[in-house]
Design a protein around this ligand. Sequence first.
Ligand code: ISL
Ligand code: CA
Length: 587
Amino acid sequence: MSQSTPVTLATSDDWWKQAVVYQIYPRSFADSNGDGIGDLRGIINKLDYLAALGVDAVWLSPIYTSPQADNGYDIADYQDIDPVFGTLADFDEVVQQAHSRGIRVVMDLVVNHTSDEHAWFKESRSSRNNPKRGWYIWRKPREGFQAGQPGAEPNNWGSFFSGPAWELDEETGEYYLHIFHRKQPDLNWENPEVRQAVYAMMRWWLDRGVDGFRMDVINFISKVPGLPDGPHFEGSMYGAGFPYIAFGPRLHEFLQEMHREVFEGRHGFITVGETPGATIDQARLITDPAREELNMVFQFEHMSLDHDFDKYHVFPAPRGALAENLTAWQNGLAERGWNSLYLCNHDQPRSVSRFGDDSEHWYASATALATALHLLRGTPYVYQGEELGMTNFPWASIEEFQDVEAVNYWNEQLSMVPSEQREQKAKEILAGLRAMSRDNARTPVQWDAGPEAGFTSGTPWLAVNPNKDSINAAQQVGRQGSVFEYYRALISLRHHSTAVAIGTFERIDAGDPAIFAYRRSYGGEQIMAVTNLCSETVRPAWPAGEPLNAGSVVLANRPVDASADPPVRLAPWEARVYATPGAITVD
Ligand code: ISL
Ligand code: CA
């Protein structure tokens, strides 16, 4: 495909429809100064790597000034860079160097909450009548309770990071809401001053040259007034605030206001909201262009196929469940709205370990999952290391984890059982963390087989995966048959095919739910993805003429015998891409 020409969409404002975004978790990406933590100069050093992969944009997880209680998702100053990552001058260089390679830069916008060390919060907590008191969500103790007494929290909500969602401020005798860590107080979006301060900050970054925002838990910014007690789920010490936190009554109003105040009159940006719990209908509303809210959202339905309401209670996803769910979202947003496509991020386990088979079928499953995802209608996101087939870490004990969510969960769960059951409980918790911990995705990127995988010359903040000798960039870039080169080919396909970028989607039923086959069509041109998303050989039952109706194979993750097409068998995790002759533009 090297001789082909990229196709261009009608308007430059729609660039993200044909784009692939690469997520960088800066802490774990590349360390330039040997302190064991990735940084902005490390990113600059790897821009050529990203350009070789062919991505159109990078989204940087938070790099702002932060006490790092939640690895930067607790921001103390929205308009500066944390010294651990570098300086504003380094940041400007990231933007300039990325732009010079045709790569846009997307910032992580964390405005549901700030750090408790943000100047706004320091003022807010300083007295009950401070002008910024109303910038956060302060409440008196529950009726009939003394501040600090057990049960005195204003409602029964638990924090997503264990413990109650309320923290008492001893000085003023009131509680503040923190849906996440106690060092992440929730901003009060009901207050127009808060909203204007956020919009001003966003404009400041856009003026500085950034190309858009990924918006952290943006569907949590409007809460149900009154903050009612939530339902109790078995095994939890607290009520679930989720029904009153997510998709509150003013969410759409706030998003439309943000669009007007921040983005009106600007061009070429991208907005993607993180929206846990979003249904297809909610996502369609938010991403319907006519409503002017967001370009797309990250939804989580396909992230919840393998566990119950406690995400550490895991089970194997039912056969075909992933394909079925992706199909529902393709169909749901076909007419209006736009999908974000992802299988992994910094909060999720590694996709090849979770949805694939990271031992016997490592290469095949990494590439089959990529094929299944990357030819869908929507904007694909590659999470750092995914393009190398990086896997989960072989966690042996709780001491190895750094993530506050994992550590707090461990402590809270153990505190709930009598001491004679602790040993057994500890084993169960560890099994859950091994499968689901966010730290799986946060181990350093494996650049080469050298010490610490080339990530740092010092001691990495989180251990490098011991499989770095066999899974690393140095060994894959430019090598035929590597996961990296396969990703590069998929990304190039999107850039060179209108059918992939904006064609219609149609799932082809091949008789077995493990086969995810789908057709993308635009005009007369077609592309078809055929993937076997399981570790067994399957025998497809093809509808008449399929998949050859969509042309011939242009990409595959194992040798294809054209004389045996259509395939009567698909090997474990086999993936093929068919295309009609004109579907991929060529010089
Ligand atoms: O809410 C959840 C499940 O119902 C979580 O999966 C939720 O989506 C996630 O914790 C929200 O993540 C984002 O905000 C957090 C931060 O720790 C994560 O890293 C970030 O991606 C708080 O800012
Ligand atoms: Ca560093």
